[in-house]
Design a protein around this ligand. Structure first.
Ligand SMILES: *Cc1c(COP(=O)(O)O)cnc(C)c1O
Length: 461
């Protein structure tokens, strides 16, 4: 643990820095520069000055009452709050932003995935290939349809599902691949689509973190048979809670619309009777005021995405030569990232054995918010619970529900290392800052690297 009295040392350092201004005028410059420099090089966690002021980071979500509230108020005052023209307008704009034929807005990204899987008829007894490095919603969407998630390990360099490991996981039950563009960085869709075609599998892209990311100029979410997006508050296009399905397949999109609206007829989905539900459905419709917020946010998404790309590239260039820091890698055909997160791998061997946890504490003390990211998903007890449920017991043969066997078959050692030891994240709002913000992050990491030994010793006390 770091000792309390470091804050006392911090106080002494800071007060000596404060007196430097007056000392400068007394002509004591050379020796003072040396001491300023030395103080600046002392890690904040050991009492030095912080590299940055945490309060300076851009706030999220961005909201400008003057430009953003007019439409929302109009909707509120109209009294038309359930799905109507504003939702349709948002869907049109979202489809246009992605160059997709159709878009359907729903209550959230989780339900976008649930509906999409369901309307490709992926249900009990089917297997869906998923990466283990994702938000839990990806896996829950598979389970919600009674299907079986099968984990394909990731490529640690890109953090994405590793296409080289997909074919070994395909069985006669496999119906779909659910690649996730995790961190807002595109998965290797060319290879995934080729494998899917060969084995006749449906591909549903989880693009919940990847708004406007591109492969060869084509937006992710429009490369597979369908793409799913989230507009939850932390996401790059924040509405609070909302989501969308996009696809060029009209019949599929009509089925999705009908399903999210209680199985009522829609488009090519017609019934023999004029009124009422004609098929199974649920109700996960978006509201008009949510769509009005979405329309406002959509206006700034493109410019924000450009800023995130520029800052991510700059930050990467500033830290990739620090030993023990290995930033994300993009596949060669990626033309734009969404950078929902900026991630790198931390190798403690190059930091004198300083644990990731203590490295994160040191960065936070420098004023840099950071996190270790996801925990492993492929070995969580909730899967055991699901396997014991009535539906799963009725649908699957016993050996498929043997939890220990499942764990064995779904091992993902690369993901284990990333989750348990190496990943470090900065959230996307940091990437909306300035170039000096990025330099401050790099300086904090550099400082921590130089002083890794001292920090480690202090952490042990
Ligand atoms: C956020 C997210 C989801 C779920 O979206 P919600 O809108 O929160 O339901 C699914 N997958 C990934 C990868 C996500 O990041």
């Amino acid at each position: 643990m770091f000792k309390k009295n470091f804050s006392r040392r911090a106080f002494i350092k800071q007060s000596s820095l404060a007196s430097i201004g007056s000392a400068l005028s007394l002509g004591l410059v050379p020796s003072l520069f040396a001491s300023i420099n030395k103080a600046a090089q002392t890690p904040a966690i050991l009492g030095g000055p912080a590299a940055w002021d945490t309060r300076k980071w851009p706030k999220w979500p961005v909201w400008n009452p003057e430009t953003d509230e007019k439409r929302v108020l109009e909707v509120l005052r109209s009294g038309v709050w359930s799905r109507a023209a504003v939702v349709t307008e948002f869907e049109k704009e979202w489809a246009a932003a992605l160059d997709a034929k159709r878009s359907l807005a729903v209550a959230n990204g989780t339900n976008a995935l649930i509906v999409a899987l369901n309307q490709f008829n992926i249900r009990g007894g089917d297997e869906v290939l998923v990466p283990p490095y994702t938000f839990i919603a990806t896996v829950q969407a598979v389970l919600a349809n009674g299907a079986m998630p099968v984990f394909v390990d990731i490529d640690p360099q890109t953090f994405q599902m590793d296409p080289a490991k997909i074919e070994a996981k395909i069985t006669p039950r496999t119906k779909a691949i659910l690649p996730v563009h995790i961190l807002g960085l595109p998965a290797d869709m060319d290879r995934i689509m080729a494998i899917a075609k060969k084995h006749n599998l449906v591909v549903i892209e989880d693009a919940c973190q990847a708004h406007l990311a591109e492969i060869n100029g084509k937006k992710v979410g429009t490369i597979g048979h369908a793409g799913c997006f989230s507009f939850q508050n932390s996401k790059n296009l924040p509405i609070g809670e909302a989501g969308a399905i996009v696809s060029n397949d009209d019949a599929f999109m009509d089925r999705c619309f009908s399903y999210q609206n209680l199985g009522l007829p829609y488009g090519s989905v017609v019934g023999s009777v004029g009124t009422g539900s004609i098929r199974e459905g649920t109700k996960v419709r978006l509201t008009e005021y949510q769509a009005a917020i979405g329309l406002a946010q959509l206006k700034r998404l493109d410019a924000q995405t450009t800023t995130r790309n520029q800052n991510a590239a700059y930050l990467k260039s500033q830290i990739e030569n620090i030993p023990g820091i290995i930033p994300y890698k993009l596949y060669d055909n990626v033309t734009r990232g969404a950078f929902h997160l900026f991630a790198f791998r931390y190798k403690k061997e190059d930091f004198k054995g300083l644990s990731r946890e203590d490295f994160l504490k040191a960065l936070r003390a420098e004023g840099i918010p950071c996190a270790s990211g996801y925990t492993t998903l492929n070995n969580q007890p909730f899967l055991k619970e699901v396997f014991q449920s009535k539906n799963y017991q009725k649908i699957y043969p016993k050996e498929m529900l043997d939890y220990n066997k499942y764990l064995e078959q779904n091992k993902c050692p690369e993901n284990d290392r990333i989750c348990n030891e190496e990943a470090v994240w900065f959230t996307q709002n940091l990437l909306l800052g300035t170039k000096s913000d990025m330099s401050a992050i790099a300086a904090a990491i550099e400082k921590t690297h130089k002083n890794a030994d001292k920090i480690k010793k202090a952490a042990k006390i």
